[in-house]
Write a protein that binds this ligand. Structure first.
Ligand code: FMN
Ligand code: FE2
Ligand code: FE2
Length: 409
């Protein structure tokens, strides 16, 4: 082999090595980082607030727990879609071309706590639903939509329909395009409102329009454009979600500087308070005597049910955080912040006063819990906020009753 040949071989080897290592470097730098390592993208430029956290946690969910929704949750989602947010000007939660509001919302209810199975229609003005047809139509809707299983599995299904004329009368052909854009805005509102409620949903566009129209008994000029199955998320989905605090495992919560044990401890205290509040209202309703008794009893029973619902919500969250809700009522006395006030005088006035005190205590407890989890545990924060809203309403209701009673005397 002459020197020239050896030199050529060495040069070729060097160039080949350079090309290969350059290729590997480029692959690592660009392809791997940008495409394979998606979860390491930098979110520092995105500020953290209740909306950004909600957006980070929105996902299409096609698997639901076998649990009922309640009417309040359903109305909250429908309000997000088409509720009136400006009564004076009749404007709604989602934008609409020329405020023509071409969309009508139906909901097929299958599994809800205080709603019989059937097809209902949403009324924006009253923020309520009216039954159009009885019977569980989920399976039929599933068949109308290429047998997408999640429609059958959901507790309820929203059907977004359009009356095109409302918008095409004003914008001619362009109006049709606007109606479709509006469906997107409405569906996104539902997606986002579903996040803090721990409800899963998915935009379903693939279905037979005529069959769906028939199933939900919609009018001929109402065109179904989107189905949104709704169902409580499975606990595993809540914990294994792809990102953000909704998905937070115990470990992840520790990373964001949240003392999970402390949160569980505080939630357990609140859990004990809720059981006491439940029983205090419940027994108060049985023994109350005196002026306005029927109204007082009705209010106490309603509050009792809501306190029980709070106990359920708090227990579920404790379990999600890998804690255990207090197992023995004996322990309630040891940990409760608000304690139990036994009604000794059965007159409605002292009973109401005792309950007002309990509500004021609950408001304080939940305010402190809010501070503890703010910016750290989005799901607990939202749950506490929604309970707090109820407690404030409870206190106001009781104060109003006391005032009514004082006016009688
Ligand atoms: C117009 C439209 C139609 C869709 N139709 C269906 C559908 O028929 N079935 C379904 O399971 N998902 C449907 N999707 C949901 C998409 O598959 C989903 O948004 C996409 O996979 C991205 O996932 P993400 O929503 O979790 O970000 C639809 C979404 C849009 C916007
Ligand atoms: Fe409560
Ligand atoms: Fe309360």
């Amino acid at each position: 082999m002459n020197k020239n040949k050896i030199f050529k071989i060495i040069l070729f080897t060097i160039i080949l090595a350079a090309v290969i290592s350059g290729g590997i470097y480029m692959y690592r730098k660009f392809y791997k980082n940008e495409y394979s390592n998606k979860n390491n993208y930098d979110l520092k430029q995105v500020s953290s607030n209740i909306i950004s956290e909600t957006i980070k946690n929105r996902r299409s969910i096609r698997n639901y727990a076998n649990k009922p929704l309640d009417k309040k949750e359903i109305l909250t989602l429908l309000f997000a879609a088409q509720g009136i947010t400006d009564k004076k000007n009749n404007l709604r939660a989602a934008p609409s071309a020329g405020a023509t509001y071409p969309l009508e919302l139906y909901i097929a209810v299958g599994n809800a706590k205080n709603l019989e199975p059937g097809i209902y229609k949403y009324n924006s003005k009253s923020n309520d639903i009216t039954k159009i047809e009885s019977g569980d139509k989920r399976s039929e809707l599933c068949n109308n939509a290429l047998s997408q299983e999640w429609i059958k599995q959901a507790a309820a299904v929203i059907i977004i329909c359009a009356i095109y004329e409302r918008t095409t009368n004003k914008y001619s052909e362009n109006g049709k395009k606007y109606v479709h854009m509006e469906v997107g805005a409405v569906a996104e509102n539902v997606y986002l409102q579903a996040v803090p409620l721990n409800i899963g949903t998915v935009f379903v566009g693939a279905f037979d329009t005529d069959k769906v129209r028939k199933t939900i008994k919609a009018n001929k000029n109402e065109e179904p454009l989107c189905l949104m199955p709704l169902g409580k998320k499975n606990i595993n989905d809540i914990n294994n979600n792809n990102s953000g605090s909704n998905a937070m495992t115990k470990q992840a919560l520790e990373i964001v500087d949240l003392d999970v044990e402390k949160v569980i401890e505080e939630l357990n205290k609140a859990f004990a308070d809720e059981w006491f509040a439940y029983y205090q209202y419940w027994i108060g309703a049985k023994v109350a005597k005196g002026p306005l008794r029927p109204s007082v009893v009705e209010e106490l029973v309603e509050h009792a049910n809501e306190e029980l619902k709070h106990a359920d919500m708090v227990a579920e969250r404790i379990i999600q955080l890998n804690g255990t809700p207090i197992l023995s009522p004996k322990e309630w006395y040891e940990v409760s912040s608000c304690q139990y006030a036994e009604p000794s005088d059965f007159n409605v006035v002292p009973i109401l006063k005792q309950n007002i005190k309990a509500e004021q205590c609950a408001i304080k407890v939940y305010n402190n819990l809010l501070k503890l989890v703010k910016d750290k545990d989005f799901v607990t924060y939202n749950m506490v906020l929604s309970i707090l809203e109820d407690e404030i309403e409870h206190e106001t209701d009781l104060e109003n009753l006391l005032e009514d009673i004082s006016l009688i005397k």
